[in-house]
Write a protein that binds this ligand. Sequence first.
Ligand code: G6Q
Length: 537
Amino acid sequence: MTVRPAYHALSAHHGKVGGALLRDLFAEDPRRGERFAAEAAGLYLDYSKQRVTGETLRLLAALARECGLNERIEAMFRGERINLTEGRAVLHVALRAPREARIVVDGRDVVPDVHATLDRMARFAAAVRDGAWRGHTGKPVRAVVNLGIGGSDLGPAMAYDALRHYATRDIGFRFVSNVDGTDLAEAVRDLDPETTLFVVSSKTFTTVETLTNARTARAWLVGRLRDDAAVGRHFVAVSTNAAEVEKFGIDTENMFGFWDWVGGRYSMDSAIGLSTMIAIGPEAFRAMLGGFHAMDEHFRSAPFERNLPALHALLCVWNANFLGAHSLAVLPYDQYLRRFPAYLQQLSMESNGKRVTRGGAEVGHETAQILWGEPGTNGQHSFFQLLHQGTRLVPCDFLGFCTSLNPLPEHHDLLMANLFAQGEALAFGKGEAEVRAEGVGEALVPHKTFPGNRPSNTILAEKLTPAVLGSLVAFYEHSVFTQGVIWDVNSFDQYGVELGKVLATRIHAELRAESEPRLAHDSSTNALIRRYRNRIF
Ligand code: G6Q
């Protein structure tokens, strides 16, 4: 990125406008609030409260072009193996392609396979929902427990929460991910095994946490129903690994597959979304896919200047690489989206938390921001203090909906008033003169002053529907993709999670060894292991 002519132009430009005040930018252009906004696939993005001018955006778009964004988008949509380190295509966009589309990987059109799986999922989901699918003792399903972790958990767990309004209330849904036994123990403690269905979601079907949870869940079920054969009616699998699924004892008839071109954190719209489909029904699930697809089409075709995911990414790059922001706060003003920041954390930080370029050289610039967030208005009563008056610059994404799904009198206008107020307060602050004019004593003036000039986006949609959720997720997916292209990192591998796994395997054996093992770690790790083994307290 730093060798591109547009980067140098941006650096020079930053020298001129880096210190510009939002207050002045708005005063200079009375229509800024409408002009610095774009709309697509049900989403409205207001980025006028970002510290950019038209020229900044023009240069950022030029940088994206110089980094080959157009070509890379096409390469992704064409199914080229853009995940270079793993030699894989990256085709989550195929998961939501309409039936008539054609996307060829290794000489095979994958769209019919995608729809065949969706159709199988739909038949199964409908059978569970209408009670045709019976448990071992003949009872219908009343609880679905998804066992998965990372990309096989965060998407389904987030989507269930997000779309709970549309979910059947006849079945309860739980998501167990942690290898901490508490997660599973608490999830099943009040469940009836006769009416519980476990969905073991694991692309590889070798992930230690998920397999441990699945084995314990199987023991829980078989122990209570006193019949090994019960597994067949109470366990289904979502995986790409039929051999391991069979080895576990799940009939591959009850397995829903996907493909190596679907990355874990890009898989909530694949068969990994089985629990989502059982919850909201096949029709609503397809509506969600429609929302994803609408954003895909927009991303592929709109010029960067009006392209929502591209614009979002360019602003992230500006904030991270030119204004020095280290994090991005995502603040959904909607309780249904309470897990959305956690979902985006993986999407963004696992994708772009990289320190070498695609070619393996050290990057000469910052990459992914630390993404975090909580729903509004809760965050306002905790960490917003730092956002308004702290020493760090934290760009924010405010998300909100015009229509509430639970229109209790008073609530929604209050909620939205807070959302709009926070963006305004962050951008324009409250100067010393204003504080003094309120009669505040001199000693308190610095404490009560808000510097402002803190950038934010506001993303609005009419209502949180399955289609809007799809569109919102695809918006962030493509923003992350665009950021990765500009930073020249491979957004699709995650080698950074490997080292800890390898060390844990070794330490696990040491923790379980009968006799005191000979430890060869550093002195801290050795002492911790000894203390744990011998319960020294
Ligand atoms: C996501 C990662 C990772 C993965 C989990 C679970 O992009 O690859 O979070 O989803 O490690 O993997 P399995 O689905 O194979 O169990």
